[in-house]
Design a protein around this ligand. Structure first.
Ligand SMILES: *[C@@H]1O[C@H](CO)[C@@H](O)[C@H](O)[C@H]1NC(C)=O
Ligand SMILES: *[C@@H]1O[C@H](CO)[C@@H](O)[C@H](O)[C@H]1NC(C)=O
Length: 239
């Protein structure tokens, strides 16, 4: 009689290992654009009796939300760790999923859900990255560059206060050059030399992993700016 229980016990152990280890290994990556909402899915369709769902943030595992069915608790704790989540946490009382609204760069980081259902607690980790909204890059002629009379020196630039952005020159759909710097409050600038008669379609693109901003180059308009300025200065002096 006792022997018959062995496979059952063994299977239960297997299942327990599966739940625990599948949970701890996988890190789900979630991205959002600054200002948008991001939802961390519990993976549950309903909260059952005796379930305890706990959401934490950071390495300190600060509790930011909890559903404790038996205790009748279903709350967010948005005053911890430092009030940065105030009024921005929404807990789905049906599924236990957590939504962070109006995201900020400081919401980037590690989050964890611990699902305690009877005796099989499962842990799922999330890595949240909030990307800044990108400004539109600006193309100017570089008048201090001593380029040949048939060509025009241009520079595309952008001012950022975040990492993870790349500035590139495209000719059609081919990348000509790129620059990417990770620093605080930086201005990225990338030069391009074109011939006046060039028939390519050039564009300057600022992108991060989830979005981009593009400015198209109009050679006819931009490549006459320097001459225009000089003519104006001469006109003013003569007058
Ligand atoms: C403009 O061209 C000059 C000379 O080539 C260069 O030293 C300067 O860095 C350029 N300016 C920008 C903003 O790239
Ligand atoms: C910019 O984003 C749009 C979608 O928003 C995409 O279709 C396009 O390919 C992107 N361009 C570049 C150069 O990444």
């Amino acid at each position: 009689m006792k022997k018959m229980f062995c496979p059952v016990v063994f299977c239960c152990l297997c299942f327990w290992r599966l739940v625990v280890f599948a949970g701890t290994d996988a890190v789900k990556t979630v991205s959002a654009m600054e200002g948008d909402s991001v939802t961390l899915n519990s993976g549950l369709t309903e909260i059952k009796a005796h379930d305890i769902i706990t959401w934490t943030v950071g390495l300190s595992k600060t509790k930011i939300a909890q559903i404790d069915k038996d205790a009748g608790i279903s709350s967010t704790y948005d005053d911890v760790p430092d009030g940065r989540f105030r009024d921005r946490l929404k807990l789905d009382h049906q599924t236990g999923s957590l939504t962070i609204t109006n995201t900020r760069n400081t919401d980037s980081g590690d989050y964890q859900i611990i699902i305690k259902r009877t005796s099989n607690p499962a842990t799922y980790n999330f890595k949240v990255t909030v990307y800044a909204r990108l400004p539109v890059p600006v193309i100017n002629r570089n008048c201090s560059s001593s380029s040949s009379s048939s060509s025009c020196s241009l520079v595309c630039s952008s001012v950022l206060n975040v990492c993870d952005a790349t500035l590139s020159w495209y000719a059609g759909i081919s990348v000509l050059s790129s620059i990417s710097v990770c620093d605080l409050s930086i201005s990225l600038s990338l030069p391009l030399e074109v011939e006046y008669q060039d028939k390519n379609t050039y564009s300057c693109v600022l992108n991060n992993p989830i979005s981009n901003q593009t400015t198209h180059l109009d050679i006819n308009t931009l490549c006459h700016t320097c001459a225009g300025t000089t003519a104006l200065m001469i006109y003013v002096c003569v007058y």
